[in-house]
Design a protein around this ligand. Structure first.
Ligand SMILES: NC(=O)c1ccc[n+]([C@@H]2O[C@H](COP(=O)([O-])OP(=O)(O)OC[C@H]3O[C@@H](n4cnc5c(N)ncnc54)[C@H](O)[C@@H]3O)[C@@H](O)[C@H]2O)c1
Length: 245
């Protein structure tokens, strides 16, 4: 798996799956554009990645801020020339409440970040991908978007939307060289844990454990690679054979 001369933009890159993906892409030769709201952690990951490549740009940017997203992508394109790979990973998910307790403002916040953030990032890179006849877009969804999680109705709805967005967009752009897929993790180890290979016991999978951040990054990088050249319009679950739906 080689990403020489390729540039990958990853949102939510400061911790967890996004951070592990950034490291994996860097280890395999990609230039990187890392986007997150957390400036301090972005600077930490930049330092970490500089072991593998100096070609890293970081942008403190809220993906739900359309103008800021376009400005960051424009600046990144002026440095690297193009974005070849987009990983839409940033999302809000830490909220457990019955449907009746979720306010309309909370719904809008989740929709703005988890759906519109993906729309803005995708809109900002897609024209050049189409012009170049090459692109890889990977949306990080969730098993919540496939099965629905009680007490996370708004989160589940946004992740379900991502899966259908993936399938619909793939039908528009695959024949133009832009492959679009999503991954749906089951339980993942807490992203606050800096060890990318860390996992915990979990009753939710037949494997009896959570996934690690790096296991998710491995799938993301595979889908972004030339080895995955015949895969588009798919949602791939990475859930250790999920037990409860
Ligand atoms: N952790 C899990 O158990 C799990 C399970 C299934 C799916 N997922 C999905 O995986 C993805 C990554 O989750 P994670 O748990 O690795 O990381 P996380 O949710 O802990 O962190 C995500 C990163 O996104 C950033 N972020 C949040 N809002 C943002 C915004 N508006 N703009 C820019 N950056 C923003 C955060 O600062 C953080 O660095 C998410 O899309 C999540 O829905 C996670």
């Amino acid at each position: 798996m080689k990403f020489t001369d390729k540039t990958a933009l990853i949102t939510g890159a400061a911790v967890g799956i996004g951070r592990a993906s950034a490291i994996k892409f860097a280890q395999n030769g990609a230039n990187l554009v890392l986007v997150d709201i957390d400036k301090e952690k972005l600077e930490d990951i930049k330092k970490e990645i500089e072991t593998y490549t100096k070609n890293v740009l970081i942008f403190q940017c809220d993906v739900s801020d359309e103008e800021r997203v376009y400005a960051a992508v424009k600046e990144a394109e002026s440095v690297f020339g193009k974005i070849d790979i987009l990983i839409n990973n940033a999302a809000l998910w830490r909220c457990r409440a019955p449907f009746t307790d979720i306010s309309s403002d909370e719904w809008r916040k989740f929709i703005d970040v988890n759906i519109m953030g993906v729309v803005y990032c995708t809109k900002s890179v897609l024209p050049k991908m189409l012009e170049n006849g090459y692109g890889r877009i990977i949306n990080v969804s969730s098993v919540a978007g496939v099965y629905g999680n009680a007490n996370m109705v708004h989160y589940s709805a946004t992740k379900g939307a991502l899966i259908s967005m993936t399938k619909a967009l793939a039908k528009e752009v695959t024949d133009k060289g832009v492959l679009v897929n999503s991954i749906s993790p089951g339980s993942v180890s807490p992203s606050e844990n800096g060890d990318m290979d860390y996992y915990e016991k979990s009753e939710l999978s037949f494997m009896g454990r959570t996934s690690t951040d790096m296991e998710n990054a491995n799938l993301i990088c595979f889908l972004a690679s030339d080895e995955a050249s015949y895969i588009s319009g798919q949602n791939i679950q990475i859930d250790g054979c999920r037990k409860k739906q």
